[in-house]
Design a protein around this ligand. Structure first.
Ligand code: C2E
Ligand code: MG
Ligand code: MG
Ligand code: MG
Length: 276
């Protein structure tokens, strides 16, 4: 589509832009109905403790099926954030994930990790939402982790620290997700006093290409600051071996398991334990 402007410049509204816009509208409208239409469900990916051979926690990952097709959270979470839908959806996620985890039959000591968006923290209502999810499900606060990305550091730091402390006062743990990808201010990592650092998968996947020293440095720093370290995106035996040897025993990735529905998770766990 070409449009002639008054100054006789030519504006090109490309087909690509039009497709993006239509997709954007489709997602925006779809998201407002996704909960009531029962289109959302939770998947869980286990995180293994390689030194004990146990599952230490499972990460809850949101799934959305729109018109029979699965939409990636990489696409719809930013859209939900942009249109404010992340608040009802984030609340649904917390309630649903806690409810499902409270009924995990395989091992009641396995913790649950839930992703939360920066916008949810900045609204100042997350503590109340988490509290209600815990109360309604009966899931123990001590076994709940909330994953926050480093982009939280771009916000008003005093407000952020206040919110984090309020959440921690409930007994839940805070994880810094995708560590190393954002602008990680190391000083802020210190003042945040969260509990867990998840080293981003891009670093894990660079192990075979000489990426080990960087992981070692992140691990050293995180440990010195009192954080537990989790490695994300472990895909190969070699990566798992190197990480375990380095003393990083909490491992998550396709090498162990993909994210699964609860039924599948219980079956997977049976096999996993059976193989020990
Ligand atoms: P994340 O929190 O860093 O989650 C890990 C992502 O890496 C998941 O993608 C997972 O399926 C994928 N993954 C796990 N193991 C491997 C591996 O070995 N290799 C590779 N290449 N990838 C692996 P997913 O489920 O597509 O989620 C993408 C992102 O969407 C998440 O990244 C998180 O930032 C966001 N997200 C997902 N669910 C929620 C949610 O309920 N709330 C919010 N706020 N964000 C969510
Ligand atoms: Mg995460
Ligand atoms: Mg991550
Ligand atoms: Mg991510």
């Amino acid at each position: 589509v070409k449009k002639q402007t008054t100054k006789s410049e030519v504006c090109v509204f490309s087909q690509h832009m039009q497709e993006n816009l239509l997709r954007h509208i489709e997602l925006k409208e779809g998201l407002t109905k996704a909960i009531e239409r029962n289109e959302l469900h939770m998947a869980f990916q286990p995180v293994i403790n390689s030194s004990t051979g146990n599952v230490s926690f499972c990460e809850a990952l949101l799934r959305w099926t729109l018109n029979g097709k699965s939409v990636s959270p990489v696409e719809f979470i930013p859209a939900a954030e942009q249109h404010g839908m992340i608040h009802p959806i984030g609340s649904w996620v917390l309630h649903k994930a806690c409810e499902l985890a409270a009924n995990w039959h395989f091992d009641s000591s396995v913790a649950l990790s839930v992703n939360v968006s920066v916008a949810q923290i900045m609204r100042g209502e997350l503590k109340a939402t988490v509290k209600s999810a815990l109360q309604e499900s009966g899931f123990p606060a001590q076994q709940l982790h909330l994953e926050i990305t480093e982009s939280i550091f771009a916000e008003d730091i005093n407000f952020v620290l206040e919110q984090i402390q309020a959440l921690q006062s409930l007994g839940v743990k805070i994880s810094v997700d995708d560590f190393g990808t954002g602008f990680s201010s190391l000083a802020l990592l210190q003042s945040l006093s969260a509990d867990i650092v998840k080293i981003d998968k891009s670093f894990i996947q660079s192990i075979e290409q000489g990426g080990k020293p960087i992981i070692q440095a992140m691990q050293y720093m995180a440990n010195e600051l009192g954080y537990h370290v989790v490695a994300e995106g472990v895909e190969t035996h070699e990566q798992a071996r190197v990480l375990s040897e380095m003393g990083i025993s909490c491992l998550q990735g396709f090498y162990f398991s993909k994210p699964m529905k609860t039924k599948e998770l219980a079956d997977w766990h049976k096999c996993f334990i059976g193989e020990e």
